[in-house]
Structures are given as C-alpha cells and as structure tokens.
Design a protein around this ligand. Structure first.
Ligand SMILES: [Fe+2]
Length: 298
C-alpha cells in the first residue's frame, strides 16, 4: 500500500510539515522554494546524477567564496536574478514616486551592486583624484544630486568604485594591496559633486571558478561594458545603487550580468591636455563625464 505522502504528494507533504506559527513572509518564501524546486525536478525529469552535479556545483560556488570573492553574487548576477530583484524594487519605488503629486524628475535607474563593493572607502573632499597613479586614462566626473522635485540634496553621499584602466578591481589584486579607486564624496550645498578617477574599461567577471565553467558551458562571454559604480544615499531618500556606463564601450548590448539601462549610458568627452573644468592643468589628455542623479523620497 502506497501512503499518499510518500510519492506523488511529496510536495504537499513537505508543505504540510510547516508549523502554523512560522513567520508569514518566511512561510511564503519557503513554500515557493519547495513548490518551484519540486516542479523543476518534475519538469526536467531530473536524474540522481544530475542532481548530484547541481549539489557539487553549488558546493564549489560556496567554496570559491572568501572575504573578497563572492561567487554566489556572481552566480546570481550572471543568471540575471540580481537584476530582476533590482528591477522589481525599482518598480515598487517608482510607483511611490509617481504617487508623489509634485514629483517632476524620474528617480535615477538602479542596477546591480556586483561583487566588488567594499564597505568603508575613505571619505574625501570634493574634487579629489582617486585615479592618481592607477592604470587608465584620467576622467573628471561631475553633476548634481536632486530629489524628484528637482531640489538639490546637500551632503548626499556618493560612494564610488571601479576597476582600473585594465579592468581590474583592487579586490582582485594579489596580497594586501588595499583599497584603490574607491571613495566617498559628499555633495555641496547645491547638491553638486565632482571628483577625478579613471575612465572605466570593459572587463571579464571572474571566470576561473564554477561560474566561469557555467558561462563556458552556456557558450557565453564573461565581459561587462566599462562602468563606474555609485551608491548614492542620504537619510530621508531611497538609497540608490547604480552604475554609469561609458557610451563607447564594447559589450553594452551583451553585459554578462544584464545590468545595462539606457538611461545610465553616458558619453565620456575626450579633451586634449591643458586646463580642466576645475582649473587643474592636465599634462595628458583626459575625459569628462557629467551625470545628475535623482533620489526618490523615502
Ligand atoms: Fe563593476
């Protein structure tokens, strides 16, 4: 005699085992996980060896993580899950901003945080150069942060980070190289910011681990178009995590992590050496990039 909870009803049997007093949101999430995992196994008619491969793959993803390398974020990013979560959050946020009758400026679009954020970047004065001595062509970044009514947000933090001109992040360098090409800047009374760094170039996501094996098996390249990361936040506003993409970069139409949004692609204007917009004299050619951010009220 086959007990109904042993085979065909195994999905329901697992769900029935959930205690009544579990946290409601946890209950919703774990129910979805069980339903979808069971449906996936059924849909694929998954074989035991294939399930073991999946477990070994995820084990390797975990083992590849250390205090600087986050292979699980990379897995989520390259499967488009991170960007999907970002898009849902943005849609939620835009609905709130639209509900705000006086809102006239669209909040800046968000994109993935990626695996290279490092908390605690140095706080530097506006106009500082974080690209000094690093490989890459100098670039002057400037713009303004406002709310969705166009009012400036003073003392707003811009936490910026990027790889160098060869597309390599400080975290990827061997040994204890320390932080590079990262800083936190705060807008002035008029919401303006300015700083120097390098013009970001395209780079491959780390592809020497299990996620790289997966990309190769999928016949995909691992490259991301050139971008600089920004986290823009101040109390009272919805914090923004985004990038600015260089308009002339390759891979804008095939970003390995699906993070490109048209509104975040900006031209990097090239200038010959000479007087820069902030009065500095540049002894080599440089670029300039302008972008205004808008934050939704919290
Ligand atoms: Fe990046």
């Amino acid at each position: 005699m086959n007990h109904p909870h042993q085979t065909s009803d195994i999905t329901q049997a697992v769900l029935d085992r959930l205690a009544d007093d579990t946290d409601p949101r946890f209950r919703e999430i774990i129910t979805g996980v069980v339903r979808h995992a069971h449906a996936l196994v059924r849909e694929l008619d998954l074989k035991p060896g294939e399930w073991m491969n999946a477990i070994q793959f995820l084990t390797k993803v975990g083992q590849t993580c250390d205090d600087k390398r986050q292979e699980f974020i990379l897995l989520s990013d390259t499967l488009g899950v991170s960007m999907l979560v970002v898009q849902l959050e943005q849609a939620r946020r835009s609905a709130q901003a639209l509900a705000d009758q006086a809102a006239g400026v669209k909040p800046t679009e968000a994109t993935v945080q990626g695996p290279f954020y490092w908390q605690g970047a140095p706080v530097l004065p506006l106009g500082s150069d974080i690209g000094e001595g690093m490989p890459g062509e100098p670039a002057y970044y400037s713009g303004r942060v406002t709310d969705t009514r166009g009012q400036p947000i003073a003392n707003c933090c811009l936490d910026v980070w990027s790889g160098d001109g060869d597309g390599v992040y400080d975290m990827q360098k061997s040994g204890d190289a320390g932080m590079a090409l990262r800083a936190r800047f705060h807008t002035d009374a008029d919401g303006r910011y300015r700083f120097w760094s390098i013009k970001p170039t395209f780079y491959p996501v780390p592809d020497d681990g299990p996620v790289g094996d997966m990309l190769r098996a999928m016949g995909r390249h691992p490259n991301r178009p050139g971008h600089i990361h920004m986290m823009v936040y101040r109390d009272g506003y919805v914090p923004l995590t985004t990038h600015l993409f260089a308009a002339d970069s390759p891979y804008l139409d095939s970003d390995a992590v699906f993070g490109v949004r048209d509104s975040l692609i900006i031209p990097f204007e090239r200038h010959e050496r000479g007087a820069a917009p902030d009065g500095r004299t540049m002894d080599r050619p440089y670029h300039s990039a302008r972008y205004d951010f808008a934050l939704a009220p919290a």
